[in-house]
Design a protein around this ligand. Structure first.
Ligand SMILES: [Ca+2]
Ligand SMILES: [Ca+2]
Length: 351
């Protein structure tokens, strides 16, 4: 009997340990992906010198950003899961309308047969029940995708998440400044040369065959590739497009007649290095989507202002020590004069 009880207790304990270990692992990755980078006040060149670009990347011009924090990684499913646990009644927009756009290659044949192809975007399907924790439709899960970026989040969902975390969405200029890593005017965060194993894009004929020369079809973990630049930013280019808080306008159309759209940056797993299919992936590139839009290749990361205390402390820390002030005391002047007189006397005497 005693042996039976001991065995039972050991089983219960090991089950507890497993649960604790799973939570420990999640907590470890959660805190890792919470990392932010502090970037200082700066002026930099935004855009690309390509007159054929119609997305508003051209011409290159100078812009200013104030010191800010930005997430090192896009928001992962681990983090979005925490948000969901803290705000169980919050419904993402994909949940509210009960559909989102999913790239067909990542759906099961069963799911494909039940989904409506999207006419304007080859390869895409309108999928009922697709949402952040069911990214390929109702029968999918994020269990194996916890370190992948959270997708099927609209601008409004991204805004809600960042506000809950005490943060905000980055502006387009902040995002681009963080992506450039101090290298002004270059195509990619690491330089001007395309490098295959630095980001998750599309290779091959679209949408039939993704040759996945970069090892990934669909989304990848946010740290599948090394940091993309000297600021230690991960996954800026490729993997998923990222929402910013900046408004998007077509350049040649009257602004008043345009729908409300926000700028997305970075390109995604269906975009290409040369723009042969979908968007050409480079730091300057951008597109606009309405704030309710959701799909399996759009995610986000947050930014944050410096707190008032921090701004004040940094202001004092950066103040140069005051220049020494010279006081002209009368007595000093008198002494000075006396010494000079003495010197003159000596000279006179020597003569
Ligand atoms: Ca890929
Ligand atoms: Ca990205």
């Amino acid at each position: 009997m005693l042996i039976l009880i001991t065995t039972f207790l050991l089983i219960v304990q090991s089950a507890n340990n497993q649960v604790r270990n799973y939570d420990d692992v999640l907590n470890y990755f959660h805190s890792k992906y919470e990392s932010m980078v502090l970037l200082e006040n700066a002026v930099f060149q935004t855009g690309v010198n390509d007159p054929t670009s119609r997305n508003g990347e051209y011409p290159v011009h100078k812009v200013q950003v104030k010191a800010f924090y930005i997430d090192r990684y896009p928001i992962t499913n681990i983090q979005f899961r925490k948000f969901h646990q803290a705000k169980p009644h919050y419904e993402t927009e994909a949940e509210e309308v009960n559909f989102s756009y999913v790239f067909g290659q990542h759906m099961t044949p069963h799911q494909l047969s039940r989904s409506k192809p999207e006419e304007k975007q080859p390869g895409w399907y309108e999928v009922a029940g697709a949402q952040w924790n069911k990214p390929a439709g109702p029968f999918s899960t994020v269990r194996e995708l916890l370190s992948h970026p959270a997708v099927h989040v609209s601008y409004n969902d991204a805004f809600a998440y960042c506000s809950w975390a005490g943060k905000r969405l980055p502006t387009e200029h902040e995002w681009e400044f963080a992506a450039r890593g101090g290298l002004d005017g270059l195509l990619y965060p690491w330089g001007d040369r395309y490098l295959k194993m630095r980001m998750n894009l599309w290779q091959g004929k679209y949408p039939e065959e993704d040759k996945k020369y970069d090892d990934w079809a669909g989304t990848s973990p946010v740290d599948a590739f090394p940091a993309q630049n000297n600021y230690g930013m991960y996954d800026m280019l490729g993997n998923v497009w990222e929402w910013t808080s900046s408004l998007y306008f077509d350049r040649v159309i009257d602004r008043d007649t345009q729908p409300l759209r926000y700028v997305l940056k970075g390109g995604s797993f269906i975009d290409t290095r040369d723009g042969a299919y979908n968007y050409v992936v480079r730091t300057a590139n951008r597109k606009g989507k309405r704030p309710q839009y959701t799909s399996s290749n759009i995610g986000f990361r947050c930014a944050m202002d410096l707190s008032e205390e921090e701004t004040l402390a940094r202001l004092h820390a950066s103040t140069k020590p005051p220049r020494p002030v010279r006081f002209h005391k009368k007595s000093d002047m008198y002494q000075h004069r006396k010494e000079n007189e003495k010197k003159e006397d000596m000279e006179h005497f020597e003569l």
